[in-house]
Design a protein around this ligand. Structure first.
Ligand SMILES: [Zn+2]
Length: 434
């Protein structure tokens, strides 16, 4: 009895005491996101630097974004490890269905009331465990969480050009100096391309291949900069995205969707965001929900959902923020409310099961295996991997480290040694007391 108690105290004591970072394999981490980098964009372009990454690190075949394949919702899932229904960043636009407020994406980036809904992003969780973090243009980085801000934040302003290669390199130099000279532990770096080119020209346009070559040169520059700053042994890097891109179908090939042909929007809805790619939301006027649902059910090339009846796999049904009706267009169709106002040749926001919505994942650095082709996984599992790489305790999340952990090298042994010493001590005590 007494020995069991002692063993119990010993084990609880060992498990309960937080490890210092020196005791874990915590290293520095750079998370890079290229907005709208579809999983297969490197397959029809010469990308020597990305090819080299396959030899020097991990390449997942593709990664599946959360159901809401949009910039802010997907980035926030990556950085919180929470489904969209939990983190509640349910659109690129901030909105209020009661006041009819609608704030465009770039203007939301410093609006904490849009981002701060309880779940803590990685920056804050890491800072609370003693790490130093920064966000360079990364969505969500500009908000405060429970009054806490990210240690260093740069927020991209509306109208800022996204495609300046010289600036891309300067941003890398800045981030490298943060790691090397100011001892930052985690930096998230966001690039607005190839999303812009994908929207403006379409994913099959030669300009999309051009921007992928530019991204490849930038990745080459990044690797060179890591070496120049002496960070090869201490910095892990994950390069990923938020969603893919598909070609928008237009007349005369298809009959484009104009929702007002199927229901009188002014009479039946009190709030709507419909002219925004393949994902639409609306609030029916009181007593009109069934009428709206029935009318939209008859419209071709889209699926209408009552929010609470959305499939569990969407992880949206429990959102408080989403309006009661959600409309998802078939791949390549855009949702137009009254007129066709969009000019996009490419778009996203479609079902995350569509291959065109899948995105890239590459990783390299001292903790990653080399020359590893990794099976596809959901982006939600990137969060626990990042916590593991930083050597911190994750906050509550929906991912699983068991999905992504095998892309890491076996542990360096210090932790295993610690566990085996505890086990050895337990056996000695057992012998002693029995
Ligand atoms: Zn986009």
């Amino acid at each position: 009895m007494r020995s069991e108690l002692l063993v119990l105290v010993l084990v609880v004591g060992a498990a309960g005491k937080p490890l210092s970072r020196a005791q874990t394999d915590g290293k520095k981490l750079l998370l890079v996101s290229f907005d709208g980098f579809r999983w297969d964009y490197d397959q029809d372009v010469d990308t020597p630097n990305m090819d080299q990454l396959v030899q020097d690190g991990v390449k997942a075949k593709y990664v599946t974004p959360p159901f809401l394949t949009m910039t802010s919702p997907s980035h926030f899932t990556t950085i919180t490890g929470r489904w969209v229904e939990d983190h509640e960043v349910v659109h690129n636009m901030m909105f209020n269905t009661t006041t009819n407020l609608k704030v465009p994406h770039k203007k939301t980036l410093t609006r904490s009331e849009w981002w701060d809904n309880g779940p803590l992003p990685l920056w804050i969780t890491a800072q609370n465990q003693g790490l130093k973090t920064a966000s360079y243009y990364f969505p969500g980085g500009g908000a405060n969480y429970g009054g806490q801000s990210v240690n260093r934040v740069l927020v991209e302003e509306s109208g800022h050009p996204d495609d300046n290669e010289t600036e891309w390199r300067q941003n890398i130099d800045t981030v490298m100096s943060w790691f090397a000279e100011e001892d930052f532990d985690l930096v998230t770096l966001y690039y607005g391309e190839p999303d812009n080119v994908g929207h403006a020209k379409g994913p099959d346009h030669p300009d999309r291949k051009q921007i992928i070559r530019q991204i490849d040169r930038t990745i080459g520059y990044l690797r060179e900069a890591i070496g120049r700053h002496g960070l090869n042994d201490s910095l892990n890097v994950i390069i990923t995205s938020d969603h893919g891109m598909t070609t928008v179908k237009k007349r005369p090939e298809v009959d484009e969707i104009i929702l007002n042909k199927y229901l009188n929007l002014l009479q039946l809805a009190s709030f709507e965001i419909l002219d925004y790619g393949g994902f639409g939301i609306l609030t029916p006027r009181p007593g009109k929900e069934q009428e709206v649902y029935d009318a939209l059910s008859n419209a071709p090339n889209l699926t209408v959902y009552r929010k609470h009846q959305m499939p569990q796999s969407f992880h949206l049904a429990h959102s408080q923020r989403l309006p009661p009706i959600v409309v998802v267009a078939d791949l390549g169709f855009n949702l137009n409310s009254r007129f066709i106002v969009y000019v996009n040749k490419g778009d996203h926001g479609y079902h995350n099961g569509e291959m065109d919505m899948k995105m890239i994942f590459r990783a390299f650095g001292p903790s990653f295996r080399r020359n590893l082709l990794f099976p596809p996984f959901d982006s939600i599992h990137t969060y626990p991997l990042m916590c593991k790489l930083l050597g911190i305790q994750p906050a509550l999340h929906n991912g699983s480290l068991s999905v992504t952990q095998s892309m890491l090298l076996p542990h360096d042994g210090s932790k295993q040694l610690r566990v085996s010493s505890v086990l050895l001590l337990i056996s000695i005590l057992r012998m002693f007391f029995s």
